[in-house]
Design a protein around this ligand. Structure first.
Ligand code: KIV
Length: 267
């Protein structure tokens, strides 16, 4: 018997049962198929494609057409996994635009859930999307689309005021109807506090082991990212002979709690 498709309800049930789930980025059908076959629950078509596929310096230049094209490719290789797709920079700045662009990602791209960056200020848009049947993941902590405003990529929520703001943002987004939260580059104790305080599943990247799920950028975990690999990532090709084996080892390490270790975590 084949496993049923993963839905936001599946992930909510897994959180309730304290079962960890895995997520990986993909940008094409071939890797999507390998990731899906490895039992990874969520495939993210990340706007990180700006860097890892297009060779750009940030995610800012990525367009809606780019996201739709790569979603279509990934959807063709995706069988059971939940397909999450990033809304790119400025594609959800105003409500009408957010609704139209989320519809494009679902209707043309095949997305099951869209992801957008921001805190409580996005709660209105999240609510409007949720009320129209669009599942949403809200991306908190380091928000790469704001890199020029932030002045660089660094850990977020380090001081007490910023940590409290992030907790409040998480609660506001969950109350607005977000189905998933994603925390990027957040100290592990703060990520644990947020994960415990909301019913919705929380995916972490550089956010410690307490999150309900983990995500990595595919090219980082295959060791083919140019330049320095982020501290929170791990090159699974170091101990595995093929990409298939590396992806399976990643899924296993996440589900067993072996990844992330203390060396991948910010305190
Ligand atoms: O674009 C992306 O790949 C992401 C991950 C870093 C979570 O948002």
């Amino acid at each position: 018997m084949t496993n049923p498709p993963v839905t936001v309800t599946t992930l909510r049930d897994m959180k309730r049962k304290v079962e960890k789930f895995a997520c990986l980025t993909a940008y094409d059908a071939a890797f999507a198929r390998l990731i899906d076959e490895a039992g990874v629950e969520v495939i993210l078509v990340g706007d990180s494609l700006g860097m890892v596929i297009q060779g750009r310096g940030t995610t800012v230049p990525v367009t809606m057409d780019d996201m739709v094209y790569h979603s279509q490719c990934v959807a063709r290789g995706c069988g059971r996994a939940l397909l999450m797709v990033d809304m790119p920079f400025m594609s959800y700045a105003i409500l009408e635009q957010a609704l139209r662009n989320a519809a494009r990602l679902m209707q043309e791209g095949g997305a099951h859930i869209v992801k957008l960056e921001g805190g409580a200020e996005q709660a209105g848009i999240v609510r409007q999307l949720a009320e129209r049947g669009v599942p949403v993941c809200a991306h908190l902590g380091l928000q790469p689309q704001s890199v020029h405003k932030l002045g660089g990529y660094r850990v977020q929520g380090r001081d007490a005021a910023a940590a409290q703001r992030m907790c409040d943002d998480a609660l506001a987004l969950a109350a607005a109807g977000a189905d998933l939260l994603l925390l990027e580059c957040v100290p592990a104790p703060l990520a644990a506090r947020i994960t415990q305080s909301v019913d919705v599943p929380v995916i972490g990247i550089g956010a410690g082991p307490a999150c309900d799920g983990q995500v990595l950028v595919l090219h980082d975990m295959l060791g083919i990212t140019s330049g320095k690999r982020p501290k929170f990532s791990r090159d699974f090709m170091q101990d595995n002979p093929t990409p298939q084996a590396a992806i399976a080892a990643y899924a296993h390490a996440v589900k067993s709690g072996a990844f992330p270790g203390p060396e991948h975590t910010f305190s």
